[in-house]
Design a protein around this ligand. Structure first.
Ligand code: ATP
Length: 477
């Protein structure tokens, strides 16, 4: 395998424009990274893209190659629509980003810039071809951990690339791509990352890695399952030791939930939780956090069905609540409170999960009220009191293609979520006033009536609505 794969800077130089084009950044994306390298060079700094983007570029080249395509075809790369790059600067990242923002307004279109003085990092959102492209700049550093699971102390000490990479999670995320013109697109692989990509292996950089930061256990699973790789034998045994040593106890609920949220945004999130369960990582968070029985069934079906469902506005928040509800749905109330406390869920999130549980049982009781070809207005009257998440959870939690006794309720919910709830009368309160309906309560009642008639297709245009109002309420005030 290793002998067959050749990558060099010319090949990367050919692939990168293609990658930026395919993500909607046009030629500008490619030019942006070259300009960053030229600017770094002009002030004697060295800049490299490092981490996930470089890993995915290498995988992209393996997927493009007929000889290697079969071996990597399961890898899901560049999952997000917007690219997210990490640049490491040998020297001061702030010097580079201040220059980017101040002296070159014509070259770099910047939407937002945030400097973190203590950490020597800056986060810049560029506008590239009208699309945001976020680049995090960091000065090379070493990090040390005072206690397991806590955030590290940072030493920005002008470290070299090979010293800097030791703080990273896995070898596959340590490959650096030079941006300086004199060395453009050459790869610096100081920790054997390319070899591990070719072997499809997730390996940590040192034996204390999971103790230093146990959230890397979740990250290992994330990359393993997403890329179709496997966690190496050595890494697996170090992971098990960390789990047996209760290292997860030192990690805050917030950090754990943020890792869960990453899984929710992957393709097929359930596969990741299945793996976490097998490794004992869920139990290490809380003894009662399980992934079996009804919560696994619900979670799995939501994972599979959600691809076919559009969540609309605030979709990722809704998805988060729905997956959390599925994870916790089988817990009795006292344990639910205990697990929520461990996960640091605030009362708003807890309240929304409670509500889903209550609404699910209310909806189950309603399935007899739903019949074939039911009028939209009837569906609206019944479902308007439910939350979006409760309704979405209800329709997604069962096998999508399994016909069961609640089929008409499910059809009604889908129709409600996709269309019915968005129907609004064309007339406004002001229009009604002009038509002589001045009393507030009556005005609300008429608008409600118009909405129901419009849902059922009885009123199509604004003129239809106005004639209806004049006919039925013309002389009533
Ligand atoms: P994705 O493809 O999901 O965006 P990524 O590899 O880009 O993942 P990020 O979470 O964006 O990962 O982090 C960027 C880089 O920072 C990683 O590639 C890794 O080198 C490093 N990193 C992030 N989190 C950790 C961590 N907990 N421990 C060590 N290194 C980390």
């Amino acid at each position: 395998m290793k002998g067959k794969f050749k990558i060099n800077k010319d090949k990367i130089g050919r692939l990168l424009p293609e990658i930026f084009e395919s993500r909607g950044y046009g030629k500008e994306g490619f030019n942006l990274i070259k300009n960053i390298g030229a600017l770094a060079s002009s002030i004697d700094l060295k800049a490299f893209i490092i981490g996930g983007f470089v890993r995915d570029v290498l995988l992209y080249s393996l997927l493009k190659d007929k000889k290697t395509f079969q071996r990597y075809k399961k890898a899901k790369i560049f999952l997000k629509n917007e690219l997210d790059l990490d640049v490491i600067v040998l020297g001061s990242a702030h010097r580079l980003t201040s220059l980017l923002s101040k002296d070159h307004p014509g070259i770099f279109k910047i939407e937002r810039i945030k400097l973190h003085k203590d950490f020597g990092t800056s986060s810049v959102v560029f506008s590239v071809n009208g699309k945001p492209l976020k680049i995090d700049f960091a000065s090379s550093r070493t990090e040390s951990y005072r206690s397991h699971g806590a955030l590290p102390s940072v030493n920005i000490n002008g470290s070299t690339l090979s010293e800097d990479v030791v703080r990273r999670d896995f070898t596959i995320n340590t490959i650096a791509l030079s941006l300086n013109p004199e060395d453009l697109f050459s790869l610096k692989d100081t920790a054997g990352g390319i070899s591990d990509i070719l072997d499809k292996k997730i390996s940590i950089l040192h034996d204390l890695s999971f103790n230093d930061d146990p959230t890397r256990i979740f990250r290992a699973v994330r990359f393993e399952q997403r890329l179709g790789f496997r966690i190496s034998g050595k890494t697996l045994s170090v992971m098990k030791e960390a789990l047996n040593g209760n290292s997860m106890d030192g990690v805050s609920g917030k950090r754990i939930v943020s890792e869960f949220d990453h899984f929710f945004n992957e393709n097929s999130p359930w596969i990741f939780f299945e793996r976490l369960k097998k490794l004992g990582a869920l139990k290490s968070v809380h003894q009662c956090l399980s992934f079996e029985g009804i919560n696994k069934e619900a979670f799995k079906n939501i994972s599979m069905n959600s691809i076919r469902y559009s969540f609309g506005k605030k979709g990722s928040q809704k998805l988060f609540i729905i997956f959390m509800a599925a994870l916790l749905c089988s817990l009795p109330p006292a344990l639910f409170d205990d697990v929520s406390k461990r996960l640091g869920l605030d009362s708003r999130v807890k309240g929304r999960i409670y509500l889903i549980n209550r609404e699910i049982s209310d909806l189950e009781g309603l399935s007899m009220n739903f019949v074939k070809n039911m009028k939209g207005s009837e569906i609206y009257k019944i479902l308007k009191k439910f939350s979006d998440e409760g309704l979405i959870y209800y329709v997604l939690r069962e096998k999508w293609d399994k016909i069961n006794k609640g089929i008409y309720l499910r059809e009604g919910i889908l129709d409600y979520l996709a269309k019915i709830r968005f129907v609004k009368p064309s007339l406004t309160g002001d229009d009604l006033k002009k038509a002589g309906i001045t009393e507030g309560k009556l005005c609300g009642q008429v608008l409600g009536e118009l909405k129901l008639l419009k849902i059922d297709g009885m009123l199509r245009t604004k003129t239809d609505e106005l004639s209806y109002v004049l006919q039925n309420y013309g002389n009533k005030e």
